[in-house]
Design a protein around this ligand. Sequence first.
Ligand SMILES: [Zn+2]
Length: 561
Amino acid sequence: MPAGSLINPGSLRLKKMDDMSIEKVDTTDTLDSRPSGDYPSAEPLEESNQVQPGEKPAPDKTRSQQLRQVVQPEVLQLIPEVMARRYNAIPISISGHTLKVAMADPTDIFALEAFSAQSKKRIKPVAADANDVRGAIDSNYKGYGEIEKKVSSISISADAPDERLAIDAAIDAPLAQALDLIIEEAVRSRSSDIHIEPEEDRVRVRYRIDGTLHDMMSLPLNIHRAIISRIKILADMNIADHRRAQDGQFSTKAKGREIDIRVATSPTVQGEMAVLRLLDKSRATIGLAELGLLPDSLEKYENLLKVPYGMILISGPTGAGKTTTLYASINSLDTMGRNIITIEDPAEYRFRDINQIQVNPQAGITFAKGLRAILRLDPDIIMVGEIRDAETTSIAVQSALTGHLMLSSIHASDAAGVLTRLIDLDVEPFLIASSVIGVVAQRMVRLTCPDCSHLIEAPMIEQAAYQREMAEKTTKFHYGTGCASCSYTGYLGRTGIFEILLISDSIRALLIKQASSNEIRAQAIKEGMASMMNDGMRKVKAGITTPAEVLRSAYSPDLKL
Ligand SMILES: [Zn+2]
């Protein structure tokens, strides 16, 4: 593939016509700015024969049917279904070396680049309504043919009771196979969660891959109750109860490995939805070196863990990778000579040589009560899954002051914000100053897929953000356009971006006089702290992620960048 952009976004000339969804767009100056060589030169376009110019305005329904029907089946092979869903765009016809694609957002240069790279054709985008495109993808693609085949052989009458759905072999066998395939496909595409959600006209199946949800397939609505019942039976839940949220767990084999799956169901206005979380056992054995800390940060953090007592806090929103960092920290500690006890909610993974306690409010075990109990068990190192209330915070601070190494996570937008968050939780500033030894703030960013990475001119805002942080101008960055190895997401795996604030004497002084988090932050940066934004942009410079990812995850409106 040529490294340069194949499409010059500035020359895209598109307009959405009022009276039809398909429009002929002149491509002679649209796509000819590509580097010549790999692609044949432009050839004259044929008149679209599906929709005649000057046709009367069509009502929505007809228009959406129109889009469904104009798709030439042979062009579907050029673009995989997941890719079509990712960009909400569907190829409709081919003429010479030009592939006509109906797109919800025809100005999406990444989509154009991706379709061009995938099909080896030049792309002629036509604007279409987002729902029409989705409908056309649903009705034209048979990418998940196996699953669809299983599901289409099931016939279920609307008034069949749930119990019957569960035991009827004619329903159950193909359904079980379909569910297995859905799970297998999720494992194959490295998903962490499967969402099964009823909508007005379909059951939407989405996978969370590298932290982001992707619409993967649509199942017919008539199998909705049966598939939810099947999941509930597996997870040992009450199939007759549709009104309450429930949770459960089951294990299955997929791709030759044993997968533990935690299930949560909940009623929605369209019916019950289910979320299946696939637990990745390798997370329990992760090491510090795998977190994505740059060498200087890794050294800083390792030194922090060598301090015999005090409190280390990991902060960030849900999904920022706090638990993984806590696990990696625990794994790096010497378990032979020291007693390490954790209290977690829930204790998803089992560690060797570590005593784990699970929060269980029904049995009266809260973070605070559990932590009190731990202190009577002669611990050296304590890990509290999360600090979120004043009582737990106060016990944690006391234990850090009395000779224990305390590790925990807390919700705050940045490292300096953690210190002010502790004040909000009623901890005296001088106690924070004497107990906390370091704070890590983190986010996860997706890694650009190395197999489909292209240098593409970045949108202005991404260029500006990079320039501001790195004080150097760069216009092109590496973006993944989607390929089989990354399940057409453009990203493969994730890494953390971090800021590590060490509590120095000057920061202690600022804490005691109750300085604002911005003042503390400024002082920390003066003392050598790299912000998450900075850490992220250094990873952009290394070509492993994109400015868009860093901005999405590290930007917070209340942070002064
Ligand atoms: Zn890829």
